[in-house]
Design a protein around this ligand. Sequence first.
Ligand code: PEP
Length: 269
Amino acid sequence: MPVTNITLNAQTVIMKDRKILAGNWKMNLLQSEARALVDSILQEMTPNAPPMILFTPSLYLAGAVDQIGGHPGIQIGGQHCYQGKFGAFTGEISAVMLRSCGVQAVLAGHSERRQYFGDSDMAIAGRLPDILAAGLHVIYCCGESLEVRQSGEHIGYVLGQIADALFGIDPNLMSNISIAYEPIWAIGTGLTASPEQAQEMHLQIRSSIQAHFGFEISESTSILYGGSANASNAAELFSQPDIDGGLIGGASLKSDSFLMILDALSKSR
Ligand code: PEP
């Protein structure tokens, strides 16, 4: 595998490899702790590791971009952005503002944004064109609640989220989109989807991308798993054929656990 799978093509960030490890720091870490975490990652990560994206709190983004100093294997990503470019939206940031700070990726549709900040499927779909036009790579998050899983409707529910957000996207822009399947019942709970449960959903997602966009796009789309993934369960999850990496919350806040997960991804398949 090449050292880096990330290229900056004029403005747009393109991920060339399906394997990606992303860390979602959420609303955690003081600035000094965030700097120390990036320092340890820079010092301890092995060369030839799969590409990594660190989704830091907004306030730390520009500093993290400076700190990684153009490292070819690491991108800095925003956890959220609002639609449009500029305007009277107090407290918000836009995709072009992220890009102007050297940020290369952004999350869209994380379940915590849906649950606590009212992000609807329509609002998320509405901002994807602005994100893509700004040249950012998107990790689109989807996943069902425990109630939906127990009802047995989880596959239809998640495929509905994929269709609503992604099927209006220009196929040429699909190379700028990755998907994270994150069952809500597994996020931050210590309950992980079993490798079989995760693989079943990932295969369904890939098949729906294939049915809509064709084989080539479905085969090059990264589908990450998120939900209490950690250094102990990562290898088994990553051994599944349609799990291309992880979106990691709690276990991304310490360099040793995050780098063990990166190592598991490097060794997978
Ligand atoms: C997440 O925040 O996307 C996540 C998967 O969190 P955790 O790994 O802590 O469950």
